[in-house]
Ligand binder design. Structure first.
Ligand code: CAA
Length: 296
């Protein structure tokens, strides 16, 4: 490769949650050596388990061969020591969606990074320019935003901060192509493209419920059968996590200072209750039985 651009071979993934394990999965399947880190060994073990199950699902549906799955699994290593990721060619931070958490991770990592390491965040809404400005390499920093479920969704949003250089963008774009996915280039404004459009729709669905226009069932059915969405908006909100949906609405509301983005009080209420969707067993649906049951 020419200029400051280098071939990316090793990828460090910070955070082994829903997004982190999916990112490790697709990177390993595409042939990258992956080092996955988290603060808890249980989270790392659970992530490897999830990747194994999702690879098996792809094998059973003839999407990939058993030897592809085995090779991918063998390419994923885990560590509890964040700084072990320092020498990676590319780092994708997929930790909790809180700016203080992400900033602390970058601060710990920075002294250990190789000079050429590209640093990225899977943030769904935090300013890339601001995150980048607090690192020693704003020109090698960008947003690398996957959609959930990562192994299935075709899109990756690539977000350039004000200082991101072209070589960094192109290196990340090449990685996305190697994953067999499509990159959409988004400017660094609140919630980028997908969530700028998706979250107000979900928030409006919650208002529709709050104002009694429809029930959980009728709202989801309407959008599935009437607009051909694969999931209804409330089912999708539960899938994404209601805390994440609320956090993104707050970023839009604060960042664009427009009342059209005000989060629905009912969404706030569910989050206050700890009913965050699938991950806590309850949200707009109750997932604790055999089939999801609407909670309103
Ligand atoms: N890993 C690997 N494969 C998976 C998988 C996973 N985690 N989850 C599902 N799949 C595969 C299945 O194996 C199946 O493959 P085939 O088509 O080859 O058979 C396919 O995906 C469909 O799965 P299912 O038949 O089990 O279920 P489904 O048809 O109901 O589809 C879905 C599930 C793909 C999740 C679909 O409901 C969907 O597309 N939902 C919308 C998802 C969406 O909008 N995501 C974006 C959220 S926004 C976001 O992520 C951004 C943010 O920052 C918040």
């Amino acid at each position: 490769m020419e200029g400051s651009q280098m071939a990316i071979k090793t990828v460090g993934v910070v955070g082994a949650g829903q997004m982190g394990n999916g990112i490790a999965h697709v990177m390993a399947l595409a042939g990258y050596d992956v080092l996955l880190t988290d603060i808890s060994q249980d989270a790392l073990d659970a992530a490897l388990d999830t990747v194994r199950k999702n690879l098996e699902r792809q094998v059973s549906r003839d999407k990939i061969s058993q030897s592809d799955a085995d090779a991918a699994m063998a390419r994923i290593k885990t560590t509890l020591t964040l700084t072990d990721l320092g020498p990676s060619d590319l780092i994708i931070e997929a930790a909790t969606e809180r700016e203080t958490v992400k900033q602390a991770i970058f601060e710990d990592l920075l002294p250990h990074l190789g000079p050429e390491t590209i640093l990225t965040s899977n943030t769904s809404s935090i300013s890339i320019t601001r995150l980048a400005s607090r690192t020693d390499r704003p020109e090698k920093f960008m947003g690398f935003h996957f959609m959930n479920p990562v192994p299935v969704m075709q899109l990756v949003e690539l977000i350039r901060g004000i200082a991101t250089d072209q070589a960094t963008f192109e290196a990340c774009q090449e990685v996305v192509e190697n994953l067999g996915k499509t990159a959409a280039s988004a400017e660094d404004f609140p919630a980028f493209i997908v969530n700028r459009i998706l979250m107000p729709m979900i928030n409006e669905a919650v208002y529709t419920l709050y104002e009694g226009v429809g029930s959980v069932k009728s709202i989801d059915q309407s959008m599935k059968l009437g607009a051909n969405h694969p999931m209804g908006p409330l089912e999708l909100a539960d899938f994404i996590g209601l805390d994440t949906c609320l956090a993104i609405m707050n970023v839009l509301h604060d960042g664009l200072a427009d009342t059209k983005y005000r989060p629905c009080p009912l969404l706030t209420k569910y989050v206050e209750a700890g009913w965050l969707g699938r991950k806590t067993g309850r949200g707009f649906y109750d997932y604790r039985g055999d089939v999801p049951v609407p909670t309103r």
